[in-house]
Design a protein around this ligand. Structure first.
Ligand code: ATP
Ligand code: MG
Length: 437
């Protein structure tokens, strides 16, 4: 675990920003998509301040490709909507604009936000009002880490830095904006984000942030379960999930958030599976949410369901019972729970297949089932860390390849293509179900 001594304590105060001119940083206009430039230009032409902000600047300064570009502006949501024909406002309390730059891609355009204030309800309860528009100086104070708080000004290609984020990115230091204890208490999800950013970008966490993260880790139970689940998927997809979980454990978050996956140590099977997942993610291999959760929780099932249970349906039911309390607590959708249990119920077919040989008709049905592809992907990954699954994964990959090559698809003109190996006497087999149509 890397963290900095307390001499690095955050001394951020919002006064005048440091402006890093074009040429003194590596964020170039050519990295920005044309659709994004058009939005910025139109906002500016209409008299509104508008900047790129957050993750996209951080990623490019670190030499990485950003996932998306976020815009922040002085225009209010209704004013944004008036400027763009394909624009939708979302969010109940704080409204955001989604401006479409192609038929299926949009850019998030947010209005500068001010700090939240407390509202007293007639019944005495106090709620946070997060829905206050503000200035860029106020907007920056709401952001989580200095590295996420840089603004890019398209007009002169400068970067505006109110918090020292530019230097922190160069030094690869993660620190909250303001007092870390206050910021983590305000929103404990930031502790999880800290773990992900440290892992993904190989950042060191500042000493005071590290202590505050440990001190406030128990508050994670108060966070909204849907936000936590979103963060969990972000971690599992980020390409540094193994390191992220090590950080989360070090901060003491896991014992409150997902105690089922503890203990975590260098040799643990979970870290080995996550390392395999990270390698695949860095190659851009896609994983469904159900598959990601199976990778995460596999040991809970494996310890809970004897490998001697041969009947897949019994395994399905046992898996469902084991997973039910986790799924309820973490608000995992039922559809994903079913998919996870379906993957697990196929375990017996992937275990030690050395001496087994299934009939061609069973192979055809098994490989054509809608859950097979996910099961094969999971057990192939598992085989890389547990040799008991190597033969099975190999066997079913071969069976799939062989059956795939026998499937005939209708041509685009509606004519049948001829089966590569054997004619099917005029019948078509559906690639999805394997049923004869
Ligand atoms: P990535 O998209 O790679 O996860 P990001 O920094 O873009 O990283 P987002 O979740 O997309 O993260 O958030 C966009 C920006 O919103 C962040 O850069 C940060 O400035 C701000 N932000 C996000 N979550 C929080 C939070 N919990 N508290 C304060 N600011 C936040
Ligand atoms: Mg982002």
């Amino acid at each position: 675990m890397k963290f900095l001594p307390s001499s690095f304590k955050n001394k951020t105060s919002i006064k005048k920003p440091v402006v890093i001119p074009s040429g003194k940083h590596t964020f170039e206009r050519k990295f920005i998509e044309k659709g994004v430039i058009d939005i910025l230009n139109r906002l500016k032409k209409n008299g509104y301040e508008a900047y790129l902000v957050g993750g996209c600047i951080r990623d490019i300064l670190l030499g990485m490709k950003p996932k998306d570009f976020d815009i922040v502006t002085g225009a209010h949501p209704r004013q944004i909507k008036r400027l763009f024909s394909r624009c939708f406002l979302i969010g109940k309390r704080f409204r955001l604009a989604h401006v479409y730059i192609s038929h299926d891609r949009f850019v998030e355009v947010a209005t500068f936000r001010a700090a939240s204030s407390e509202i007293k309800l007639p019944d005495g309860r106090v709620i946070q009002n997060n829905n206050i528009y503000g200035t860029i100086e106020e907007d920056v104070l709401r952001r989580d880490f200095t590295a996420n708080s840089l603004y890019y000004n398209l007009s002169d290609s400068s970067i505006i830095d109110y918090t020292g984020g530019f230097k922190d990115i160069k030094k690869r230091v993660l620190r909250t904006i303001g007092d870390p204890s206050v910021r983590f208490e305000e929103d404990p999800v930031r502790i999880i984000r800290a773990a992900r950013f440290c892992a993904r970008f190989n950042f060191k966490i500042s000493g005071s942030d590290y202590r505050a993260a440990k001190d406030k880790a128990h508050l994670i139970v108060q966070s909204n379960a849907n936000r936590l689940l979103d963060e969990l998927f972000k971690i599992l997809k980020c390409g540094a999930s193994a390191r992220s979980f090590e950080y989360l454990d070090e901060f003491g978050v896991l014992s409150h958030w997902i105690p089922e996956i503890l203990p975590l140590n260098k040799k643990s099977m979970l870290l080995q599976r996550l390392t395999q997942l990270d390698t695949a993610r860095l190659d851009d291999v896609d994983f469904s949410n159900a598959l990601l959760l199976t990778i995460l929780f596999y040991d809970v099932f494996d310890n809970g369901i004897s490998r001697d249970i041969k009947n897949p349906h019994d395994v399905f039911l046992a898996a469902r019972d084991i997973f039910a309390p986790i799924a309820t607590r973490m608000r995992i959708p039922k559809k994903d729970c079913d998919r996870i249990c379906n993957i697990l119920s196929r375990r017996i077919y992937f275990l030690d297949n050395l001496n087994k040989k299934y009939t061609p008709s069973f192979e055809r049905r098994f490989t054509a089932n809608e859950h097979f592809a996910e099961a094969l992907k999971f057990y192939s990954l598992l085989a890389k860390v547990d040799a008991n699954f190597s033969q099975g994964a190999f066997y079913w990959q071969k069976a799939k390849d062989s059956h795939d090559s026998k499937i005939s698809y209708p041509s685009t003109r509606g004519k049948r293509t001829v089966n590569k190996k054997k004619k099917t006497k005029g019948k078509l087999t559906s690639p999805k179900t394997g049923d004869v149509q």
